[in-house]
Design a protein around this ligand. Structure first.
Ligand code: 4NP
Length: 155
């Protein structure tokens, strides 16, 4: 069993989108029993909230329903429990690194590190941008999640 946690700032845009997209890919490929998937935010402003409606609408257009997800804040137990903690940007990375014991630092990676298509490491925060930001974020997440699954099942 591999445990994967996606982390962003609010847990209402990028990381719940990654959770939903990765669940779909993992299910389609038949690895549901082998991979546990969750998401959390470094911030506490949106605890208990559903994903941003723009994120939900963009995900629905790709066949992914995020409506059951609820935002929560990442904890030190999360860092101990999960095998991979996949952050969206530098700020998330710094925040999670500062919470993590030295022996867990290696678990923290940028999701975009898995991409073969995108050269950059950060998935930009779409919260203050337009609708197109959400589609671009989903493109980045989808391609990275495909490669992520490859790396887990065929390392
Ligand atoms: P996320 O986006 O980190 O992708 O969930 C954000 C959501 C909310 C805020 C910032 C980013 N906020 O400042 O409230």
């Amino acid at each position: 069993m591999k445990r994967v946690l996606f982390v962003c700032l609010g847990n209402i845009c990028r990381s719940p989108s990654a959770e939903g997209i990765f669940r779909k890919i993992v299910k389609e490929k038949g690895y549901e029993e082998a991979i546990e998937i969750d998401s959390a935010g470094t911030g506490d402003w949106h605890i208990g909230h559903s994903p941003d409606h723009r994120a939900q609408e963009a995900a629905i257009r790709r066949g992914v329903d995020l409506s059951d997800l609820k935002a929560r804040q990442v904890s030190s137990e999360d860092i101990a429990l999960h095998d991979l903690i996949l952050v969206m940007d530098r700020r998330n990375r710094e925040d999670v690194r500062s919470m993590a014991q030295p022996e867990y630092q290696h678990k923290i990676r940028y999701l975009l590190e898995y991409s073969e298509q995108y050269e950059e490491l950060e998935i930009p925060d779409p919260y203050y941008g337009g609708v197109h930001g959400f589609d671009m974020v989903l493109d980045m997440i989808e391609e990275s999640c495909e490669r992520l699954l490859d790396s887990i099942v065929d390392p």
